[in-house]
Design a protein around this ligand. Structure first.
Ligand SMILES: [Zn+2]
Length: 158
């Protein structure tokens, strides 16, 4: 039987299906309540306005049921708030491979960061421009590369 943590970590993000909730840092913890034996999953929502959290909760329950643990509590914590810094290196690599420009890491020390160029995920050129603040979902902005002329999604940095 698969480990409940492994099962939950494999749940893919419903909006960006190339990465798991573990890659994105949505998954905080998978524990077992010693009193009840129930699996307790702790998640933190990503972007406000992303309607994906209900889907993610349902997918977590389904994944746990598939490994024989249908009795689960899915808890949502808002603090500390999720940021794009929580996306793992593996997650960033998967996003880039899917043609989604991963967000630049946000400085945590309140130093105003330099505006970093968003690199084209196809040709790597930093000559890019934002076309629309809204891409295919609320979490993504639509960008275009001035070198290869291809549009691409950029995951908004938070
Ligand atoms: Zn390009």
């Amino acid at each position: 039987m698969k480990d409940p943590r492994e099962a939950v970590a494999a749940v893919v993000d419903p909006e960006i299906r190339v990465v798991t909730i573990d890659d994105l840092g949505i998954l905080r913890a998978v524990d077992e309540d010693p009193a009840t034996g129930r699996v307790v999953v702790t998640i933190t929502p990503t972007y406000t306005g992303c309607p994906a959290m209900d889907v993610i909760r349902a997918d977590i329950r389904r994944a746990l049921a598939a490994v024989g643990r249908p009795e689960a509590d899915v808890r949502t914590v808002y603090s500390p708030a999720w940021s794009t810094d929580w996306i793992s290196d593996a997650g960033r690599a998967k996003l880039a491979a899917a043609g989604i420009a991963p967000p630049s890491p946000v400085r945590a020390d309140n130093v105003v960061p330099l505006t970093l160029a968003v690199r084209c995920p196809r040709c790597g050129s930093p000559e890019t421009e934002q076309v629309s603040r809204f891409g295919s979902t609320a979490c993504k902005a639509l960008w275009r590369c001035r070198s290869c002329r291809e549009p691409f999604d950029h995951l908004k940095a938070l």
